[in-house]
Design a protein around this ligand. Sequence first.
Ligand code: ZID
Length: 213
Amino acid sequence: GKRAFIAGVADDNGYGWAIAKSLAAAGAEIVVGTWVPALNIFESSLRRGKFDESRVLPDGSLMEITKVYPMDAVFDSPEDVPEDELVESVKQDFGSIDILVHSLANGPEVSKPLLETSRYGYLAAISASSYSFISLLKHFVPIMNPGGSSISLTYIASERIIPGYGGGMSSAKAALESDTRVLAFEAGRKHKIRVNTISAGPLRSRAAKAIGF
Ligand code: ZID
């Protein structure tokens, strides 16, 4: 069977959880990465059975999450919480993965129009929502099996004006889409890894509620 690492699962309302379930239903082993500030509550809720109803797969069995790793997609240098450490742990525990899912984004000034966005807010959006994918893929590629695939989630606000999707989030998704093409070329040639992004429809996730979508 295939093994999937899904970055950006902290409850049962988001795309990460839904993708995990689809992959589990298709027979994949599920390993997730959870943002450090949300880790304790996610793990304890999982343990206490709070997600059991949402864990039900089409065949009636419950999705198993083999392991939850703490992760922070903004810290990737040795002085911070290195992604090297995350990937090293996954390597020690499992050896390799086949599927990498990036289901995370963050834009501290998302509610501000682009015209009112600060440099800090703009760069933070790009860092958490775009560079985070480059960094994740870069770190995981060495333990990904050839023929493996990676995917992220984007939004049509990259191409069309969607008022309310501010703070540089529209820019961050445009960068993510461009990077997907370049990384597909690079990782495809060098490592036989596919790179794709899906432009998602509306889902009442925690992140979407937070921005009033
Ligand atoms: P979510 O809250 O379930 O997932 C976001 C995750 O990111 C959370 O688990 C956070 O803990 C995690 N996170 C944030 N910062 C960090 C960090 N620094 N390090 C590690 N983890 C971090 O929300 P979600 O499922 O909506 O988001 C998943 C992906 O889907 C993101 O890339 C979104 O941009 C993308 N997406 C979501 C929607 C949506 O509707 N939920 C849409 C498009 C793309 C969308 O916004 N009409 C209106 C809106 C939309 C579509 C159509």
